[in-house]
Design a protein around this ligand. Structure first.
Ligand SMILES: NC(=O)c1ccc[n+]([C@@H]2O[C@H](COP(=O)([O-])OP(=O)(O)OC[C@H]3O[C@@H](n4cnc5c(N)ncnc54)[C@H](OP(=O)(O)O)[C@@H]3O)[C@@H](O)[C@H]2O)c1
Length: 257
């Protein structure tokens, strides 16, 4: 059986391990974790039942695939100590945001087989969004399909997915959190506010046509219409687009605001 090394066992590494183990994509004995701290290594061993090491060379020598869930500065630190010969035989799946195949290969000093992937943390529940660059390796594409909504993208578009889908999960939580806090400001207790916010967002999603729902709820001259006007006047919708575009510009290395 082919083996996979998960390099970096933080938020994404753990979500990936949870997803691939629960979906039976890799058997436990075919998954190896490389991380830095003793506490993370212990967690990988004790809670996930996985072999774990802090030695990246060991991970590389034992695996057919490497799943890079480390930050790019960590990759740059580790790259010089990785055996090129072994790397040349394997496929690297890089989830590092804002770090191109050319930059990865530049750090390695040769043209490795690199697939860039951008998953959301919901791959843990096999309900993620995963964009990935072209690969002829069927195991990789079927793995991503098993983890949720998976689709191929050109590398030049991966940062758009990073912002809209991967950061997007956090942005969605941010908006919901703001709505829950607004409910508390109105006087609801936290639990009731959360319940109402989640039910309203879920109902809006279930109804699907957002513009139609807006029109149906907002009677002419009524409270909802007043609320919409207030939001628009204060730039709520424009600010959401502006935040996503600014995040994309930052990922593309353009100067921040
Ligand atoms: N979080 C997301 O939603 C998400 C989504 C898509 C892509 N990504 C990308 O995934 C990468 C990781 O993000 P994250 O949120 O998972 O970060 P994170 O929670 O900070 O995890 C980073 C992991 O890297 C490990 N690490 C640090 N130095 C190391 C070393 N020298 N050798 C081996 N492992 C080392 C850390 O180990 P210790 O725990 O032992 O310190 C930690 O487990 C980033 O490049 C990010 O752009 C993240």
């Amino acid at each position: 059986m082919k083996k996979i090394g998960i390099i970096g066992f933080g938020n994404l590494g753990r979500a990936f391990a949870t997803g691939i183990l629960s979906r039976g994509i890799f058997a436990r004995e075919d998954v190896l974790v490389c991380s830095k701290s003793d506490s993370t290594l212990a967690l990988a061993r004790e809670r996930f039942g996985l072999y774990a090491t802090s030695d990246v060379s060991e991970a590389v020598s034992a695996c057919d695939y490497l799943f890079l869930s480390i930050k790019k500065n960590v990759f740059l630190e580790l790259a010089p100590s990785i055996d090129r010969k072994k790397l040349a035989d394997m496929i690297i799946i890089s989830c590092m945001a804002g770090f191109t195949v050319a930059q990865i290969n530049g750090a390695l000093g040769f043209g490795a087989r690199v697939v860039r992937a951008m998953p959301t943390l919901a791959i843990a529940e096999a309900d993620g969004i995963v964009a990935y660059t072209k690969t002829d390796d069927e195991k990789i594409s079927s793995m991503f399909r098993a983890l949720g909504f998976a689709f191929e993208v050109e590398e030049g578009d991966i940062e758009k997915v990073t912002v809209y889908a991967a950061c997007g999960l956090g942005f969605a939580a941010y908006l919901l959190d703001a709505y829950v806090r607004a409910g508390v400001a109105l006087g609801f207790d936290e639990a009731t506010s959360k319940k109402i916010a989640e039910m309203d967002f879920a109902s809006a999603i279930a109804r699907s046509d957002y513009k139609a729902t807006m029109a149906e709820v907002a009677t002419k001259g009524g409270a909802t219409e007043y609320g919409f006007a207030h939001m628009t006047k204060n730039g709520v919708d424009a600010n959401i687009a502006s935040a996503l575009l600014a995040t994309h510009r930052r990922l593309m290395g353009e100067p921040g605001e």
